[in-house]
Design a protein around this ligand. Structure first.
Ligand code: ZN
Length: 383
């Protein structure tokens, strides 16, 4: 099999055209739509789903009772499984453990790419859905997660990729646009050239393949709204909510994953950053639900699946508490909340459930099979 990077670099638009999903074979899709929310950056049950201790009251006291609450999801104890962000996210997206590999060169250290198909690829193989309707919303400082848009599995891959909305992508668009326009003052042109080169060096794969015309149009409107200076748009996980809300209105995604991440700032030792970040995600969730319920395209035709990437340590004796790389029991402990049409209401699935069940459950909700997933769909959740 051709190395993926070599493959991408040599991939012209004409070659890509021949690989796009075949609209004759694939069927149209009418829903339900799924919004997969990574309640991420690693969170413990205590601060998220603990009934009396939660910092996410909307999740725990409003959404969970409206749908199915899965309080005991676990990341399996397997050799080589790290309870961390990229790993947990790929477990959610592939329905498998260890279905990733290091993306390679020194420049790209710690970048994992999926080796099995992701939900986006299964979906786009099964249905005639354009790439801009299979969306990943990613944080600004995690270019390593730009690799999640498709796996290296031979049968699936780039032709069925998702598209990515992140500040990294916007900056690529913006600087390329400034350079192409050529109308900015000399100093601004030089700054755009420098930032563009730095972004490319940080992740050469980020523009290969190009984003679709629909996503380029999205950035054009985003730029018109927020301008070029970067001081007017929300930051951190609030930015992810803003991107997701705009994407719902402008791109009409059928499957969208929102990769919240800011609770991870607790690595630096400040517990209030962690609990505050959980509140910000909770507010984002509420906003997303309200937007969906106000939009006839999504209302009563959209399922929310909310689950963390990983847990966190629970050991108050550690020098810096709240870590998640030490294979502790609570770092393996997560949960899920599912809410929307086709999901049991007011139910609690009160048994241990594996994290690898999330992908096949999303697949079952949307009417396709995640053939390489190891987990089983949560039949009890589906009505
Ligand atoms: Zn972390």
């Amino acid at each position: 099999m051709m190395d993926r990077r070599t493959f991408n670099l040599g991939l012209g638009a004409a070659a890509l055209g021949t690989m796009l999903p075949n609209p004759v074979r694939a069927q149209g899709y009418t829903g339900p739509n799924v919004i997969l929310v990574r309640f991420g950056g690693g969170v413990r049950r205590a601060e998220t789903i603990g009934e009396a201790t939660t910092f996410a009251p909307y999740l725990r006291h409003v959404l969970a009772p409206r749908g199915t609450f899965v309080p005991d999801m676990r990341i399996a104890q397997l050799d080589g499984v790290d309870t961390s962000h990229a790993e947990g996210t790929l477990n959610l997206l592939t329905g498998r453990y260890l279905a990733y590999r290091d993306a390679g060169s020194k420049l790209l250290q710690d970048r994992l790419e999926p080796t099995e198909p992701t939900l986006f690829e299964y979906l786009r193989e099964a249905f005639d859905i354009p790439s801009h309707q299979a969306l990943l919303i990613n944080g600004e400082d995690r270019p390593q997660e730009e690799f999640f848009t498709y796996g290296v599995n031979e049968h699936y891959g780039i032709a069925f990729r998702s598209e990515m909305l992140s500040l990294h992508r916007f900056k690529l668009y913006k600087n390329a646009a400034i350079l192409a326009e050529g109308t900015a003052p000399e100093a601004a042109m030089a700054a755009a050239q420098e930032e563009y080169a730095a972004l490319m060096a940080a992740d050469p794969r980020a523009i290969s393949p190009d984003q679709s015309p629909e996503v380029t149009g999205f950035w054009e409107r985003w730029r018109a709204h927020y301008g070029d200076d970067g001081f007017r748009n929300p930051r951190g996980d609030r930015l992810l909510t803003a991107l997701a809300v705009r994407a719902l209105a402008e791109l009409r995604p059928r499957l969208m994953m929102v990769n919240y991440q800011d609770p991870d700032y607790v690595h630096w030792g400040n517990a209030s950053h962690y609990t505050r970040a959980i509140q910000v995600i909770d507010e984002g969730l509420q906003r997303l639900v309200e937007v969906v319920e106000a939009d006839p395209f999504y209302r009563e035709n959209t399922v929310f699946v909310i689950s963390p990437d990983c847990g966190r340590d629970d050991n108050a004796l550690m020098g810096v508490p709240f870590q998640h790389h030490f294979n502790s029991r609570s770092a393996h402990e997560t949960w899920a909340v599912l809410y929307g049409p086709g999901v049991a209401r007011g139910a609690v699935l009160d048994k241990p459930v594996d994290q690898s069940a999330v992908a096949p459950t999303v697949a079952a909700l949307m009417g396709f099979r995640a053939g390489q997933a190891e987990g089983d769909a949560l039949e009890e959740v589906l009505t």
